[in-house]
Write a protein that binds this ligand. Structure first.
Ligand code: NI
Length: 157
């Protein structure tokens, strides 16, 4: 594992609502995401979800209140609690959550990302964790582990 520079990683993509994995540990993902506008209301039945604002301001709407996070502030949404992330201007957010956490939770829509791309070196060797997942051609890069990718494989064997 090499150190990860979040500014560099954030400079590497422009897509909004498309999380990138920058580290993995103990079955959890550290993800970064650029957000703007209103996300879909959703909840995660089995996962608590940590939001840490790196840049800008993020509002997390809950059914009974709203939490406003500025740079350097974090909030954990407990499992089963409906939430809607909202950002008037682009915000950059770090997420810490189990690797299986789907960004849209119990909802499936156009911003759902089944396998967020890993963007760090020394990524773990494929253990065929996605064996039940049927990737499309466009998904191959996102679902491949580092070693398979460096071998030029089309998909993890
Ligand atoms: Ni969520």
């Amino acid at each position: 594992m090499q150190k990860v520079n979040l500014k560099e990683k954030l400079a590497g993509f422009t897509e909004q609502w498309s999380p990138r994995v920058v580290a993995e540990l103990n079955g959890q993902h550290v993800r970064i995401v650029k957000v703007q506008g209103e996300f879909v209301w959703h909840q995660h039945e089995h996962e608590d979800e940590l939001f840490l604002v790196i840049h800008g301001r993020l509002r997390i709407r809950l059914r009974d209140r709203e939490v406003v996070l500025d740079e350097g502030e974090l909030f954990v949404v407990p499992r089963g609690v409906e939430h809607q992330p909202v950002a008037e201007e682009e915000a950059h957010v770090l997420l810490f959550e189990p690797a299986a956490t789907l960004n849209t939770g119990n909802v499936r829509e156009e911003r759902t990302v089944d396998r967020p791309a890993r963007v760090y070196a020394n990524r773990p060797v494929c253990r065929r964790i996605h064996v039940s997942y049927q990737p499309t051609q466009a998904d191959f890069k996102a679902v491949m582990c580092g070693p398979c990718e460096s071998l030029g494989a089309a998909v993890c064997p």
